[in-house]
Design a binder for this molecule. Structure first.
Ligand code: DX5
Ligand code: ZN
Length: 212
């Protein structure tokens, strides 16, 4: 299973955290973006931070927890992400947004909050590249993994198999060595991990524990 590291709650400075992720065995850098509207929290990004992300060796995925999606997409294109992930609940015009992201040459990820009916995203599954299953209420790092997430992953796997689709399934929130034990035998593609890695002295030691 691949690991995407979120630097949202790190014990190190932004610069040092990105350097440590780049030097680690992580597969992706997960860039959480919050606007204080869709979620209460706000993540400030300045030009220097965007430049550092752009220059990073690892591929990036942007996780927008915002309204005004097109504006945020346009801002974060400059870091050249492989995936642009938006929250299903933040818009009603999915067809339009999916096209918009594809036209910018990014893969499309759809994140779904833990209390949204997962069946609602079914019509879009053939058009997107990834589902980000939120295992916490979006907004903060360091929250507890919601166990109901397991049923939601099973539902997506069933549809993916039945309909022979090829979207990735990725889980975000509350992942550590204990909660990973629930996930390791599922055919998940990637996990997002934040505080478990970024609040540790040795990033690779933690990432390794999420691979066995
Ligand atoms: C939550 C964010 C997550 C979060 C993960 O709203 O989308 O990416 O930072 O952090 P941990 O692993 O600490 O839950
Ligand atoms: Zn995230």
């Amino acid at each position: 299973m691949e690991t995407s590291v979120s630097f949202l709650s790190s014990q190190y400075s932004f610069e040092k955290t990105i350097r440590l992720i780049n030097e680690s065995k992580a597969s992706y850098i997960h860039v959480d973006v919050m606007d204080g509207l869709f979620v209460n929290n706000v993540t400030p990004f300045n030009r220097n931070m965007l430049d550092i992300l752009k220059r990073s060796k690892k591929p990036k995925e942007v996780h927008l927890m915002t309204l005004h999606l097109k504006e945020f997409i346009d801002v974060f294109l400059c870091i050249e992400p492989e995936y642009m992930i938006y929250e299903f609940e933040a818009t009603t015009n999915h067809e339009n947004l999916i096209k918009y992201i594809k036209n910018k040459n990014c893969k499309v990820g759809m994140a779904i909050g833990p209390i949204t009916d997962i069946a609602l995203i079914e019509p879009y599954l053939k058009k997107i590249d990834m589902v980000l299953v939120m295992a916490v209420i979006p907004g903060y790092g360091g929250q507890k993994f919601l166990i109901e997430t397991l049923d939601r992953i099973a539902y997506l796997q069933k549809i993916r198999e039945e309909k022979r689709l090829d979207f990735l399934i990725q889980v975000d929130g509350g992942i550590n060595d204990k909660t990973y034990a629930y996930l390791k035998d599922l055919s998940l593609d990637r996990v997002v991990v934040g505080s478990y890695v970024c609040k540790s002295a040795n990033f690779d030691k933690q990432i390794e524990k999420l691979k066995v």
